[in-house]
Design a protein around this ligand. Sequence first.
Ligand code: CA
Length: 228
Amino acid sequence: MRECGGVRLLLVEDDPSISVPLADGLRREGFEVEVAATGAQALSAPPVDLVLLDLGLPDLEGRVVCRELRSASAVPIIVVTARSDEIDRVVLLELGADDYVVKPFGFRELVARIRAVLRRTASVPGQTPSAMLEVGALKIDLRGRSVEFEGEAVVVTPKEYDLLVCLASDAGAVKTREQLMREVWDEHWWGSTKTLDVHVASLRRKLSPDVIDTVRSVGYRYADAEPS
Ligand code: CA
């Protein structure tokens, strides 16, 4: 079975009684596994396709590691935590984690979660041909979830990425706030839609102030590509 061939995982876990058998099991599933025993090691590790992050690390607060990893790349992150009550799901997702599992967890369950996250973020190599979305100076690799603007790589968070794809895939069309909240966040979202404005502001800062137009009291639109 070569389904996971070439998928590189970083296992961040300080307890060898967990990391050694877990890494062995994951290798038997066909993953390439690197182990980091500290937060510092995790942050200096070479790029991988997915990170499994234990929150209880000896040197750095797991949440800090999660946020740092996320600010450096769009790599999918599954957080592993010891007790369900120490985890605030919303906080974790805001820090950029894609999913979490609670110890003790079953190995099968973990593998299923890893596969689900990889499928969702479409980063399993060699499965589908690369799909590019190009609008003017913007280039999005939909399979690798990477963004380029004017030839420069731009690091975006998972939500910024989803929002950008949602807007740019129908450039010029106005998307209402409700539509964007539903498509990018959650159909059951009932919190403030302020988070949408925050993400738009961040994308404008990272790309260019004019890429996203505000359509007053309606929503937003990705600006049409004008030859400059
Ligand atoms: Ca630990």
